[in-house]
Design a protein around this ligand. Structure first.
Ligand code: CA2
Length: 153
């Protein structure tokens, strides 16, 4: 069975590509999902890709990733980045690498966006690379777990 990476997206990211394109770009979340699947496939990895506007649902999915023995977890916690101790606590129980991803450079925006609880547990943080940051995060996890790129078919 292929190894699985969970990619979790927090509140409002369902609107990606439909609002504020100057900040977040024009790609929709469905296109980001395809980018993640295509990138993971190059390393023979599967992706579980989800989005929720609810903090508890994100916590449940983090626990699910652990229970299902996912090999890595990528999370864009969006608005919960700066507030959620519940998400931090769930991530602290994870044994696999966690990469925090933000589409924008949170350090070049309002001061309140710069503090991240998730960064306390993340093995790496990708921000400011647009949606390509998701592909970079998947490639990063592949490297961390020693997954080799496969020959193209
Ligand atoms: O840059 C990122 O990826 C953020 O995580 C996005 C969050 C923001 O609160 C973080 O500080 C940085 C906001 C997500 C809102 O999603 C939207 C999507 C499309 C249009 C408007 C908002």
């Amino acid at each position: 069975m292929a190894k699985t990476i969970y990619v979790l997206n927090g509140p409002n990211l369902n609107l990606l590509g439909t609002r504020e394109p100057e900040k977040y770009g024009r790609a929709t979340l469905a296109q980001v999902e395809k980018l993640c699947r295509d990138t993971a496939k190059r390393f023979g990895l599967d992706v579980v890709f989800r989005q929720s506007n609810l903090e508890g649902e994100l916590v449940n999915w983090i626990q699910e990733a652990q229970a299902k023995k996912a090999v890595g977890l990528i999370i864009n916690p969006a608005g919960y980045t700066t507030t959620s101790i519940a998400i931090l606590d769930a991530l602290l129980m994870m044994k696999m690498p966690v990469i925090e991803t933000h589409i924008t450079n949170i350090h070049a925006r309002e001061e309140f966006r710069r503090h991240s609880y998730v960064s306390l547990v993340a093995r790496a943080v990708v921000c400011g690379m647009g949606v390509q940051g998701y592909a970079l995060a998947i490639t990063g996890i592949a490297g961390m777990i020693g997954a080799e790129p496969r020959a193209k078919d």
